[in-house]
Design a protein around this ligand. Sequence first.
Ligand code: PAF
Length: 324
Amino acid sequence: MKKTVLFIAAVALLAFTGTAMADINIKLAVVTKPGSAQNIVAAKFEELIAQRSGGNISVKVYHSASLGNETEILQQIQMNTIQMAVITGGPFDTFDPIVRVVSYPFLLKDYAQADAILDGPLGAEILKSLERSKIKGLCFSENGFRNLSNNKRPVNTPEDVKGLKIRVMSSTIHKSIWQALGANPTPMPWPIYTELEQGVIDGQENPLWVMEVYKFYEIQKYMTMTRHVYSCHIDVASLDWWNSLNPADQALIQKTIHDAAVFERQDNRSKNAARLAMLKEKGMQIVENPDIQAFRARVADLKNLDLYSDPQVKALLEKILDAT
Ligand code: PAF
């Protein structure tokens, strides 16, 4: 009798704690450190989802590439050993060619266009396509307009880029852009401070927040506001994990990650003027008005590359080019 009572009490306790504790535990990975754009999305999502789910959904953020580089994180997302991640558009293009479209040079010209395209049906087509790679695309957050920095010389025109060893992401289109511009593009996973410091590479290209958070002003003398790609982050989940959730949890996670992304985009945009002023104060020589027409002319033919020969990819690129 005593044993039966104990057994019933244990079962009741298990049932109780099962509903009282977090039901869904999410491992969320990013390669950047706290204060970075990805981390701002991740931290906001962690905070909002805990509030909105009454503690039933909990997130643990793994930052600074502690679970691997962006390609390795995406592989773990496919296997559902990581449930969610915020990943730069670039490294996706070896998983699905459709993502090459968003890295096309000089495609999105301002924030209004970026939001309209990426939050609209064309962005939705890109997110949906990732499902064939076992990745659930949830929404886009912002990395920002990419600018070139280097330690050799001021860059005003593509002629000045000639021969510079520029680190690029593991991305076919990013490599092609810098080849077309005459640089010597060198793919390398993040982070890259030591390689810049030791002169293994002459330069890199990234949005202003990177120059600030990673203190590149300490080791890069020159920056040019090339704004050659509006770089997005794609906020993703493991498709297998996603399919195991009930529709209410899916809807809550989907809305909350989008709210976190919108929060981060505004945060990023509001800080850029101060970042530019700070970089000048730190002694960087900044070319604010390079010969953009000359840069555009050098990359004008990239849509004819094999990279864009897939009919869906080609059609989507044309649609976005028409809309922007
Ligand atoms: O250059 C990169 O790898 C990315 O832009 C970074 C810095 C990881 C942010 O997304």
